[in-house]
Ligand binder design. Structure first.
Ligand SMILES: Nc1ncnc2c1ncn2[C@@H]1O[C@H](COP(=O)(O)OP(=O)(O)OP(=O)(O)O)[C@@H](O)[C@H]1O
Ligand SMILES: [Mg+2]
Length: 447
């Protein structure tokens, strides 16, 4: 950013702020000179992609928000003193009313190279995400409070570049081991196929993805069983909607669900990228709920924004694309221009060879249950398993499963035992579905 553009942005924000104060004081915002709005102060923020005003309107905050958002923000647009790109937005941020409008080409800063803002922060599951609106470098991390991340945004918003930058940095820490799945035939994460720390080959089809995820689930289980929680396992899936949800692969959906719901304690983490952040993709939102960290890039519409952001605001559908995002972690939201790594620089990081040159075969049992706590081993008999399997086929949940077991004279299992049986039935069912229920002559049955 040149000093000239910097001065220009500062000047425009100053004009915008004075125009707002003048109009509020004169009653122009309410259309009634007898009803001025009281503005106590305005902070200006020159972000990389958008300029913003943070308006402290005290008790008039609600009124100010109302007049500025009415009629599709018609009034708000009149005050922005530059040819903004995208949709200007108005929302409550803390106790301020925040007005944002995208800089036109000459003033925007879309180009934040990772090498220009720092080296990757080694260790602790951290990576440099980019630059926030105050020019500060924002670092994200996978840890106990943010074990898993969602990268969501429509096509071309910058998900893959964001995941590449994160994974390239994570690969530089020897305590991280990476599992990469790219459901776009390697177009996205293919350039990371030789990063250090890869466990196995990049998976680019459902069969390999199933094998890779089954390794990750088995490793999670091993970690729980042995108590060995050394280092992190980072499982990254780009375009996860191809693999999970209603139209995806049931076994993969189940395994991603398990990793997202139980991975934290075993230090197994998932980073999921999707252009279709719908509830369907995340199967009953069970997966989504566990993706605590969010990198919300520009979404197609408000509905998708709600899913990625996890609430009605801020609006990811009003972001400007190409790495403009809200980085959301518990207790903090930053508007960030994401840093990227040039393809040539990525090439230079591809110095590794995966530990395994092929994934072990998909193990349906790996998509089963976790070991029981306190050394208790659960055992189920064939009748119970049959009921669980039929229940899974019918889409029953735990309460119905318990009723069915009682009705079959198999006693009333406790809730933990029933939950495990439910998991087992679902995993077996998923495995059967994936194997197309194929009966062959070897089964002694007519094909
Ligand atoms: N952080 C960034 N800074 C600048 N430009 C970016 C950034 N991220 C992405 N872009 C630009 O946007 C383009 C699309 O990015 P990317 O391939 O990551 O999108 P995507 O969201 O993965 O899209 P798709 O859904 O089609 O895979 C890139 O080719 C690049 O030109
Ligand atoms: Mg992509």
């Amino acid at each position: 950013m040149s000093t000239e553009s910097h001065a220009q942005r500062t000047k425009l924000l100053g004009q915008w702020a004075s125009a707002m104060i003048q109009a509020a004081t004169a009653g122009a915002l309410t259309g009634d000179p007898r009803k001025p709005l009281n503005i106590r102060g305005i902070e200006t923020v020159a972000g990389p992609r958008a300029g913003a005003l943070e308006v402290d309107a005290g008790l008039d905050a609600g009124k100010l928000l109302r007049v500025l958002t009415a009629d599709g923000g018609a009034l708000h647009r009149q005050f922005v003193p530059f040819a903004f790109v995208g949709e200007p937005s108005v929302y409550l941020a803390g106790r301020y009313v925040r007005l944002e409008a995208g800089w036109p080409d000459g003033l925007a800063e879309c180009d934040v190279r990772l090498s220009s803002i720092g080296r990757h922060p080694r260790g602790d599951g951290r990576w440099i995400a980019g630059k926030n609106e105050y020019g500060q470098t924002i670092t994200l991390a996978i840890d106990d409070t943010k074990p898993h991340y969602l990268f969501g945004g429509w096509t071309g918003s910058g998900k893959t570049w964001a995941m590449r930058a994160a994974l390239a940095q994570l690969s530089q820490d020897q305590t991280n081991r990476l599992v990469l799945v790219d459901c776009k035939w390697g177009d996205g994460l293919g350039c990371l196929a030789h990063l250090p720390g890869l466990v196995g080959p990049l998976a680019t089809d459902t069969e390999t993805a199933r094998a890779a995820l089954s390794w990750a689930v088995a490793e999670m289980r091993r970690r729980y069983e042995t108590g060995d929680k050394n280092g992190r396992i980072v499982v990254a899936v780009d375009e996860v909607q191809e693999l999970t949800g209603k139209t995806g692969d049931p076994a993969c959906t189940e395994m991603v669900r398990q990793l997202a719901s139980k991975g934290r304690g075993a230090r197994v983490h998932v980073l999921l990228g999707t252009q279709h952040p719908t509830v369907d993709v995340f199967s009953e939102s069970q997966i989504k709920r566990n993706l605590v960290g969010r990198v919300a890039l520009r979404t197609e519409d408000y509905k998708a924004s709600e899913v990625v952001v996890g609430g009605p605001s801020p609006r990811a559908d009003w972001l400007l694309g190409a790495g403009d995002c809200y980085a959301i972690v518990p207790g903090a939201v930053h508007r960030v221009q994401l840093a990227y790594i040039l393809p040539g620089e990525l090439e230079a990081l591809n110095t590794g060879t995966p530990e395994m040159d092929a994934w072990p075969d998909f193990d349906p049992a790996a998509a089963g249950t976790l070991p029981a706590e306190n050394g208790v081993r659960w055992e189920y008999n064939g009748d119970e398993l049959a009921v669980a399997l039929v229940g899974a086929h019918l889409g029953h949940g735990r309460p119905t499963l318990v009723k069915s077991l009682e009705a079959a004279g198999l006693g009333g299992p406790g809730s933990v035992r029933a939950a495990r049986l439910l998991d087992l039935g679902r995993a077996t069912y998923a495995w059967l579905l994936n194997n197309d229920w194929q009966l062959s002559e070897a089964d002694g049955l007519p094909a």
